[in-house]
Design a protein around this ligand. Structure first.
Ligand code: SF4
Length: 431
């Protein structure tokens, strides 16, 4: 039997797909690269924006044709869309809707047996990592925050933290196999809360109570590697966490801190539970403690009630903070969330205009940050080969660099010299 996995959305979905693939392999299924050749198509879906759901609807119209040609083709939909009743009733060509937390029931659903040792939770399924040097390691799932625009707490459920020992075992195994970059994942990693004592030989037996404890325990594992984490909620980013980042050289100088809006009226409407003042103070503390740190953010434009005046206030905050990178999103109403019932009165054209205003500011702040590294020699991790001997790599601060080399460098740490700084990355040469 052959399977094909189509992934939409965030890194969490990529990580889920790695677990699905390993489970299917253990059932004797073979991965194929074209859906036309598959007996099973798995869709790992995303509901964060309507555009993400539309991509799944687009895929489903292709699948309808494939099913007409091969009636035995089976389709399994998992991820956020699988948990939305209004979606489920529209997707008639899906055979199984699977809550990812029930992944361990897949062998039963497919009427086969898994060779993987007892599967306790979906976290304990050993992933089939897509990369041989970068690994996403989920430490928790779900969210308790209920930002009014966000569907995640409804589709991923409440927060569930993974046992520290399981996380440490997975990372140690990755390091033993030469992995160079570990990215700890959670919808809100700062809320990690296992309340369990770490046990077992080989690791320090101590209490891991919160995210800084876990991060420090992972960061002190032996090896030559970079450690990152995604995503942090500004209300939970503690002084203890800043200290851990500062004191552990394996943790990179990169913090993704979603602001979502730069005005208190909108932040309140979004139920973000912090103020602009709190956010600015936090950024200042992080920048003071961690020299050279790069801070990126997410921000939504056109949230219901964001008048032109409130947007200007938000843009001013955005400019004052001077983010080193930002992911800009036009507000997309999600049925089932609190903000869905608010009037979405900002037109698409106006949302686009606001996005352009912020893009212009970002080009400037990104360039200001990047310029400080011109002429410097940095260590980077090579992640991708392009055409004509071009290589793409990431700095510790999560900036993209490109350079030419005839050598085979994929997955290696190399030294480069920055020759040109742009708003979103650098040109450089191999040192
Ligand atoms: S913190 Fe807010 S935006 Fe992030 S996943 Fe939770 S509810 Fe969604």
């Amino acid at each position: 039997m052959k399977y094909f996995i189509q992934i939409f959305g965030c890194q969490m979905n990529k990580s889920d797909a790695e677990r699905i693939a390993s489970l299917l392999d253990s059932l004797g299924y073979n991965a194929v690269e074209q859906k036309e050749k598959a007996d099973f198509i798995f869709i790992v879906s995303c509901s964060v924006r309507q555009s993400a759901e539309n991509r799944v609807y687009g895929l489903m119209s292709q699948i309808k044709k494939l099913k007409a040609q091969s009636p035995k083709l089976k389709v399994v939909l998992t991820g956020c869309m699988a948990m939305r009743k209004e979606v489920v009733k529209n997707l008639k060509d899906v055979d199984v809707f699977l809550d990812i937390k029930d992944l361990k029931t897949l062998p039963k659903l497919l009427n086969t047996k898994s060779e993987q040792a007892e599967i306790e939770t979906y976290f304990s399924i050993k992933p089939k990592y897509e990369s041989g040097f970068t690994a996403y390691v989920p430490i928790m799932t779900g969210c308790n925050n209920f930002c009014t625009y966000c569907i995640v707490p409804y589709v991923r459920g409440r927060e569930e933290s993974r046992q520290p020992q399981e996380v440490l075992n997975e990372v140690q195994c990755l390091l033993d196999n030469g992995y160079k970059e570990i990215i700890l994942l959670g919808q809100n990693v700062n809320s990690y809360s296992p309340k369990l004592r770490t046990q077992g030989s080989g690791f320090r037996a101590e209490i891991i109570n919160d995210f800084p404890d876990l991060l420090e325990a992972v960061a002190t594992l032996k090896g030559d590697y970079w450690l990152r984490f995604l995503t942090s909620h500004p209300k939970d980013f503690s002084d203890k966490l800043i200290k851990v980042i500062k004191n552990n050289k394996n943790i990179t100088e990169y913090v993704h801190l979603p602001i979502q809006a730069g005005d208190d009226t909108i932040l309140r409407k979004m139920n973000r539970k912090y103020t602009v003042k709190h956010f600015k103070t936090l950024v200042k503390k992080i920048r003071n403690a961690i020299p050279g740190v790069s801070i990126s953010t997410d921000i939504i434009v056109g949230f219901p009630g964001e008048t032109k005046k409130l947007f200007e206030s938000s843009a001013k905050t955005f400019e004052e903070i001077g983010f080193d990178m930002a992911y800009l999103n036009k507000y997309s109403a999600r049925k089932g969330t609190k903000s869905y019932d608010l009037k979405d009165e900002v037109s698409d054209m106006e949302k686009k205009r606001r996005e352009l205003v912020l893009t212009k500011l970002l080009r400037k702040s990104g360039l200001d940050y990047n310029k400080q590294f011109k002429g410097q020699t940095l260590e980077v991790l090579v992640g991708k080969k392009g055409k004509d001997d071009m290589w793409f790599a990431k700095t510790r601060t999560y900036k993209v660099v490109k350079f030419k080399s005839k050598k085979s460098l994929l997955g290696q740490f190399v030294k480069i010299k920055i020759t040109k700084a742009g708003s979103f990355g650098y040109d450089c040469e191999l040192f």
